[in-house]
Write a protein that binds this ligand. Structure first.
Ligand SMILES: [Mg+2]
Ligand SMILES: [Zn+2]
Length: 222
């Protein structure tokens, strides 16, 4: 027994109304929920400051013959305590380092990764975990886009993590760090007085002093 034309019309009308009901239910709920969470996301992103750190000369002492293994790592006193203060303020911490010794065949990439694993463990133990390590393994004449002063490492972090680079800082000990920061739209902070003057860069004596600057600039210390 088939449905009459009239019944079919009723069926279709019911299907349509239930579809519409579903649609209306969706639009009734979604505009409130996703927009609210979008606002929260934006608010969170604007509060979440990213601090890029150069490795050698900031966390670890520079060596003219490169840091070639864990036994050559000499941690800068107070550096990890400074990371813990950044973390308490809610900052994201990323290390961005040129390691041309890899491209030169002086250090294996696995050795660099091992050093970073160990640094990450120490940072965690000090309460200032490092969120990631960005490494340029290339030689200066490789013409890569990631070796500082190019901003490639910072841009990669931006792409992969959706960072707000305009609210980010880069702490380094060389002009190339400050130039990479400026090219990426971040605020550079140069440590010590070893680096050439870079217009637009802040200066700090130590990483601890740089953290003071960052917390002051982001209003966390007020
Ligand atoms: Mg350095
Ligand atoms: Zn590179």
């Amino acid at each position: 027994m088939g449905l009459s034309g009239g019944d079919r019309t009723v069926m279709r009308a019911r299907q349509i109304s239930s579809i519409r009901l579903g649609f209306h239910r969706r639009v009734a709920v979604e505009p409130i929920a996703p927009r609210a969470s979008g606002r929260q996301r934006r608010a969170k992103a604007s509060r979440e400051v990213t601090v890029f750190l150069d490795r050698d000369g900031v966390l670890v002492r520079n060596r003219s013959d490169y840091v070639k293994g864990w036994d050559e790592v000499e941690i800068v006193p107070g550096a990890f305590a400074a990371l813990a203060r950044l973390r308490s303020a809610g900052a994201r911490i990323l290390v961005a380092t040129n390691q041309s010794a890899v491209g030169r065949g002086i250090v294996r990439r696995e050795t660099v990764d091992d050093i970073h694993d160990r640094l990450a463990r120490i940072a965690r133990a000090h309460g200032g975990p490092i969120d990631g390590f960005l490494v340029c393994p290339h030689r200066p004449d490789d013409g890569c886009q990631c070796r500082k002063p190019k901003p490639g490492l910072l841009m990669r972090a931006q792409r992969e993590r959706g960072l707000d680079l305009s609210a980010a800082f880069m702490v380094g000990d060389q002009a190339s760090d400050a130039l990479a920061a400026l090219a990426a739209g971040c605020t550079p902070i140069l440590l010590g007085d070893g680096a050439a003057e870079v217009s637009g860069s802040l200066r700090a004596r130590t990483l601890g002093d740089a953290v003071d600057l960052i917390l002051h600039a982001t209003g966390v210390d007020s």
